[in-house]
Design a protein. Structure first.
Length: 207
């Protein structure tokens, strides 16, 4: 005999597939959802549906947005000469939370990772190259991929790709510890890493 009904088991399975949600947490969430009153449950369902239906990628920076271009790309007060390249939309939120960076962004939606069959073409690097070609006002690309083997490999690839263009390519300073994710960094660490960024040239870094 099944421990839970098939519908509850399916709900638990779907919840446990979410990042950072283990089996026990999924069970707690499932029974919390089942205990919600009808109004709150429908509001949750509606918010998920609305987010799925309304959210798209900005045609310029590839960040998630409800409007195209996104509010950051369409903001006339942003510095149009600098593009900060990050792995995910969560990283954009982290930098915006610090209220220090005033330039534009480009979201890769992944990094080069052969172990997971993730190639460069699976990211939005081709969109970034096209964007840089079409916008000559961009003079610096700051690579803010995470301090992991995959993030560093992606940063090196970008520096080699962009070196002939004459665009300055810099990397966040090593104030971010190896293996860390930008989305979990505190504001002071992000600010220090941004201000202390180093120029990337081919296979070596220059201060």
């Amino acid at each position: 005999m099944a421990r839970y009904s098939p519908s509850i088991q399916n709900l638990i399975a779907q919840l446990s597939s979410l990042p950072g949600i283990g089996g026990r947490s999924a069970q707690r969430l499932a029974f919390y959802i089942l205990a919600m009153d009808e109004k709150d449950a429908q509001a949750l369902i509606s918010s998920i549906t609305a987010a799925r239906n309304s959210t798209k990628r900005c045609s310029c920076c590839q960040n998630f947005t409800d409007s195209d271009p996104c509010p950051i790309c369409s903001d006339p007060m942003r510095d149009k000469t600098t593009v900060l390249v990050v792995e995910s939309p969560k990283d954009v939120s982290a930098f915006e939370r610090a209220h220090e960076y005033k330039g534009l962004y480009h979201v890769l939606h992944g990094v080069f990772n052969p172990m997971k069959s993730m190639s460069i073409s699976d990211t939005t690097i081709p969109d970034l190259i096209k964007r840089l070609t079409e916008h000559s006002e961009i003079t610096e690309v700051i690579v803010a991929t995470n301090q992991t083997a995959e993030g560093n490999a992606t940063a090196l690839y970008l520096s080699r790709m962009l070196e002939p263009s004459g665009i300055k390519v810099s990397r966040l300073a090593s104030g971010l510890p190896m293996g860390s994710d930008i989305e979990y960094a505190d504001d002071l660490t992000l600010l220090s890493a941004l201000k202390g960024r180093i120029t990337m040239t081919g296979e070596k870094n220059e201060t």
